[in-house]
Design a protein around this ligand. Structure first.
Ligand code: NAD
Ligand code: UGA
Length: 470
């Protein structure tokens, strides 16, 4: 008989910790779920009465939070208290690429994970199941075990020592569809070596996930499967993006090619949408991490193979920006370019590693003036993204980039429009009005292949669509 879990704590109230725990609380009313974070502002936002102010924008999330918050879902900054109370502790903190020292620019920075482990070891007075929810390099559980079992006031193995079981339970949700993905996951993956601990976590998910969709493996397979899944997904995007360039040269249409190959059941139709390049907080970081791990085992061919996915993505972003400059008569200096979209994909306010940031940076180096409209991303975030690159000073970024909350204002007197995110609303705009507002010739560079080429051509636009040859 596995232990029945009645109290869960999750360290990290971000894009994963928040929605994941909200759904666990919604589906398991008999379990008290406390999500903790050191970021007070974030926790205050999770507790905000106005559900429009939740720190993560996800369709349907407000309803889930509304149902469970205050009943069995709590957001708090009292990390020690939540750890102490819980029988099961999820670690869902950020694991960014290292920006210093050994493995700089490639390896995952595990300092936040280690801090959590040390805090759990210090606080825990009774046995705990510790669950890796963050995406981690394969074999991290070993490091966690070593920290948990050798630090703290009553180290495991010593008399009265606390026992820790470590499980790997990577998260596969995609932003923008997080609630849907959590409600009906393709699979839940649980890796571990103690069957009782595994069963305790299986029982939590079994509240709503069919048994056939809950996979259990050894802990290393689970950790590595997460990096592998992201590498395969990103590799499909880079593969279709590589072909998009060839389509443009040959008169083929990448959307037709994608449809043609996607109907082969061995290939499948998903993740074949050519774009200005994938973004998001994880694809790049996780592949770099995979490359680093392969290199550290001396597997250079393996490392080079996966690194190519990133190189192709960088190329795609650069060539999109470069094409804007070339088409606008080799200079964008002093020209107004309207950006439609800043988020890394639709239906999220997340901008981490968004292609828009890099395209903007390239065009700003060419002295363009950029006006951005995104339905969900704030002005503050857009400036923060540009400042973070450190390419030019903050004053310059604010001088060259304007953020507006009306797409028609963005396109007024613009030389060109660049579509960087596939927000649905872009299709529904009054494109005749936009054409009338813009300078002539009016160029549109659709980096998401969302616009109707023939319709826009009829209005008089000069239109370029990623992956579509003329
Ligand atoms: P995030 O940056 O949105 O959230 C992480 C949170 O952890 C932050 O709010 C931070 O303040 C908090 N934190 C850090 N150290 C802490 C500590 N010691 N104590 C308490 N709180 C602490 O990150 P995220 O997007 O939620 O990603 C978390 C993990 O999940 C990463 O490993 C990521 O690779 C993985 N992941 C992310 C996604 C996604 O869609 N974003 C999907 C699957 C997996
Ligand atoms: C991705 C994975 O899909 C999730 O399974 C995973 O849990 C998550 O990473 C993670 O580990 O963080 P996410 O980054 O939220 O999810 O979003 P995706 O839908 O995968 O899109 C990633 C990027 O690829 C976006 O910029 C998107 O526009 C781009 N993309 C995606 C394409 O350009 N073409 C496609 O066909 C699909």
């Amino acid at each position: 008989m596995s232990k029945k879990i009645t109290k869960i704590c999750c360290i990290g109230a971000g894009y994963v910790g928040g929605p994941t725990m909200a759904v666990i609380a919604q589906k398991c009313p008999d379990v008290k779920v406390t999500v903790v974070d050191i970021n007070e502002k974030r926790i205050a936002a999770w507790n905000d009465e106005d559900l429009g102010k939740l720190p993560v924008y996800e369709p349907g999330l407000d309803k889930v939070v509304e149902e469970a918050r205050g009943r069995n879902l709590f957001f708090s900054t009292e990390v020690d208290k939540a750890i102490d109370e819980a029988e099961m502790i999820f670690i869902s903190v950020n694991t960014p690429t290292k920006t210093y020292g050994k493995g700089k620019g490639m390896a995952a920075d595990l300092k936040f994970i280690e801090l959590c482990a040390r805090q759990i070891a210090r606080v825990a007075k009774d046995d705990k199941i510790v669950v890796e929810k963050s995406t981690l390099p394969v074999r991290t559980a070993q490091a966690l075990k070593s920290i948990l079992h050798n630090t703290g006031s009553s180290p495991a193995g010593k008399e009265g020592g606390v026992q820790f079981d470590i499980l790997s339970n990577p998260e596969f949700l995609a932003e923008g569809t997080a609630v849907e993905d959590l409600h009906a996951p393709d699979r839940v993956l649980i890796g571990g070596d103690n069957p009782e601990a595994i069963q305790a976590l299986v029982d939590v998910y079994a509240h709503w996930v069919p048994a056939a969709n809950i996979l259990t493996t050894n802990v290393w397979s689970s950790e590595l499967s997460k990096l592998t899944a992201n590498a395969f997904l990103a590799q499909r995007v880079s593969s279709i993006n590589a072909l998009s360039e060839l389509c443009e040269k040959t008169g083929a249409d990448v959307n037709e090619v994608a449809r043609a190959i996607g109907t082969d059941s061995r290939i499948g139709p998903k993740f074949l949408k050519a774009s200005v390049g994938f973004g998001g907080s994880c694809f790049q970081k996780d592949i770099l991490n995979l490359v680093y791990i392969a290199k550290s085992y001396g597997l250079h061919e393996v490392a080079d193979y996966w690194e190519q996915v990133i190189l192709m993505n960088d190329h795609q972003k650069r060539r999109f920006a470069d094409n804007i400059v070339t088409t606008l008569y080799n200079t964008v200096s002093g020209k107004k370019i309207a950006f439609l979209g800043w988020a890394f994909k639709k239906d999220t306010n997340d901008t981490r590693e968004s292609a828009a940031i890099h395209v903007a940076d390239y065009l700003l180096n060419e002295q363009a003036e950029i006006v951005v409209y995104d339905p969900k991303v704030t002005e503050e975030q857009i400036y923060a993204d540009l400042d973070y690159l450190n390419t030019r000073d903050e004053k310059e970024n604010r001088k060259l980039v304007t953020v507006v909350n009306d797409p028609y204002k963005a396109t007024d007197e613009a030389h060109a429009i660049a579509v960087l995110t596939e927000w649905d609303e872009f299709r529904a705009y009054d494109w005749q009005r936009i054409y009338d507002l813009m300078l002539k010739p009016s160029f549109v560079f659709d980096g998401r292949a969302v616009l109707d080429r023939e319709k826009l051509k009829n209005f008089g636009f000069e239109i370029y669509i990623i992956g579509v040859g003329s």
